[in-house]
Design a protein around this ligand. Structure first.
Ligand SMILES: CC(=O)SCCNC(=O)CCNC(=O)[C@H](O)C(C)(C)COP(=O)(O)OP(=O)(O)OC[C@H]1O[C@@H](n2cnc3c(N)ncnc32)[C@H](O)[C@@H]1OP(=O)(O)O
Ligand SMILES: CC(=O)C(=O)O
Length: 520
């Protein structure tokens, strides 16, 4: 049996049917080139019969010089009672000038009767003569058998006759669509195997949706049953809850099922590819995404971190580098000596597990976590804590006090911050204004330090997050602030916790400045 698969990406068509997913023509062109570089075999670019954006995408796409992938335009079979050559939608497909045309047709008799409102025989004719007409235009035609699994369970004989109609018309592939996404693994396996037995594995593909959370699982079942063309979308974007996620499918196919495809050689680029799509879709990457998520190989439990550094596969199902990811160690109140040592190593510090200071460091860490501190996104605060316990802490300045005033006047809101501190023996007293209190405090603090530490000019705040802890205590709740700062070369995170949101922000701000000074 050949283990080689064809990978068919439908992010630009079915992916954009997902709520909140929209790509401009420029985005679509960029995506097509990126997918080609990655090595997928087919890129379904859109539905030219649907909207002018997709028509204009195809007008531009035909100028692209792709190295491997074939571009496909998507549409449906002709309308009932209309000749293919008179069907406006089939005409737009031909006019797209794409080498591959994919058309969807009905399998399920309920759809034939109640949605198309036509006869079973006319549906078979719609499938056969639409495919034949497009093939006669010199195009490769892929037939998407919509609701194949529901249709098969309703009337297996008719479902197979729809595929025969497409095959007679000359379709290169009969893709079985699990359109409603509700089927379980055993039924998909059994039904796909029946189609493979009738038409041969080279002729059969699968296209599944994720409505039961099984989009990837049922696609793998289809492949196991013999399908050789796999449809899916990047990051699982798609109609309703999405399509089978190629980012999860590909490593499972290549690393676990012994299958291969042209893009298998580029699997190491998978994480970057996934991030690229989220970036263009303007979505926050899912840290829990299997294989490529930030947490996919992140060890929090001390016992896990300890074992994983001895034998990586003790708690990692694959080598993360195979998909472009990496192992991370998280420090929290579940950390032990190993987690701390590994985390410190990630930050460039070699900690000896046997140091007497380790116990104090772990105890303080756990006590702080109990009070609401969290260091998973605050590496810089964690670094300062280590410095304290290793006796490496340096005093860059001594703060006497700070004050913030917030005023609303004539519908304008502004904040004024005052900072008093001593730096290199010199007393500094500065005032700064900004619209928000944290911005004002940041300015006043850096103004006070500017003369002694001019390097702080390159530093800026990039992100600010507040989390209310113990939210059952209303205004009396504790607040955790996470600040992300950067200096153009590096980004670091700090944390502050207090009963007062400004004070929590001050603590995170101060850590951020101290960390930058410590680094420079
Ligand atoms: C399973 C899938 O994901 S298939 C792809 C679904 N994607 C989309 O629908 C996105 C793009 N769609 C669109 O832009 C529009 O729906 C269009 C341009 C395709 C059609 O628009 P309209 O002509 O206004 O029709 P509308 O969307 O209201 O209804 C669809 C029509 O297509 C018919 N139709 C549905 N499937 C098929 C098919 N496989 N073959 C032929 N006709 C079909 C329906 O019977 C209905 O016609 P009717 O109302 O005369 O019975
Ligand atoms: C064709 C398609 O997108 C589906 O049936 O789900």
């Amino acid at each position: 049996m050949s283990t080689s698969l064809k990978i068919y990406d439908t992010t630009l068509r079915d992916g954009t049917q997902g709520e909140g997913i929209s790509f401009s023509v420029t985005d679509k062109l960029l995506i097509a080139q990126k997918l080609d570089q990655f090595g997928v075999d087919y890129i379904e670019g859109g539905f030219p019969g649907s909207n002018p954006r997709d028509i204009s995408f195809f007008a531009e796409a035909k100028k692209l010089k792709l190295t491997h992938a074939k571009l496909a335009a998507f549409g449906a079979t002709r309308r009932a009672g209309v000749k293919p050559e008179e069907d406006a939608q089939l005409r737009t497909l031909i006019e797209s000038e794409m080498p591959v045309l994919t058309i969807v047709g009905k399998t399920w008799l309920m759809h034939v009767h109640e949605i198309l409102r036509t006869t079973p025989e006319e549906n078979l004719a719609m499938i056969e003569d639409s495919v034949r007409y497009l093939v006669a235009q010199g195009r490769e035609v892929i037939y998407d058998a919509e609701h194949f699994f529901d249709g098969y369970l309703d009337n297996s004989d008719y479902a197979l006759r729809t595929l025969e109609a497409a095959a007679r018309g000359g379709a290169s592939n009969l893709t079985l669509c699990e359109t409603n996404g509700g089927k379980l693994v055993p039924e998909v396996h059994k039904i796909a195997a029946a189609a493979v037995a009738r038409f041969g594995r080279d002729k059969v593909g699968v296209h599944c949706h994720n409505d039961s959370g099984l989009g990837v699982a049922v696609t793998l079942a289809g492949v196991d049953a013999g399908a050789s063309l796999v449809q899916g979308t990047m990051n699982g974007y798609g109609e309703r809850v999405g399509n089978a996620n190629l980012v999860t499918l590909l490593p499972n196919l290549f690393l676990k099922m012994g299958r291969t495809a042209n893009c298998a050689k580029n699997l190491k680029e998978l994480r970057d590819l996934s991030l690229f799509f989220d970036e263009l879709a303007n979505l926050r990457p899912n840290p829990k995404a299997p294989f490529v998520g930030q947490s996919a190989f992140a060890h929090k439990g001390g016992l896990h971190a300890n074992a994983a550094q001895k034998v990586a596969r003790s708690y990692e199902h694959i080598d993360p580098a195979l998909v472009g990811n990496r192992t991370r160690v998280l420090v929290s109140d579940m950390a032990g000596r190993t987690s701390l040592t590994l985390k410190a190593r990630e930050l460039g510090i070699e900690l000896d597990e046997r140091l007497p200071a380790m116990k104090g460091l772990i105890d303080e860490l756990k006590e702080r976590e109990f009070r609401g501190y969290e260091y998973e996104a605050a590496d810089a605060s964690f670094r300062l804590l280590i410095a304290k316990w290793l006796g490496q802490q340096k005093t860059f300045f001594d703060v006497e006090n700070y004050r913030v005033i917030i005023e609303r006047h004539n519908n304008q809101i502004w904040s004024e911050a005052t900072v008093k501190l001593t730096v290199n023996g010199e007393a500094m007293h500065t005032v700064a204004e900004a619209s928000g209190p944290v911005g004002a405090l940041d300015k006043a603090l850096r103004l006070a330090l500017a003369k002694a530490y001019p390097q702080l000019q390159t530093m800026s705040l990039r992100d600010y997050k507040v989390r209310i802890l113990e939210s059952n205590q209303g205004a009396g709740s504790r607040t955790r602030v996470l600040i992300e700062s950067g200096n153009g070369k590096k980004i670091w995170g700090t944390v502050g916790v207090s009963d007062n949101i400004i004070d929590a922000s001050w603590e995170a701000l101060r850590d951020s400045v101290e960390y930058m000074l410590m680094q420079s």
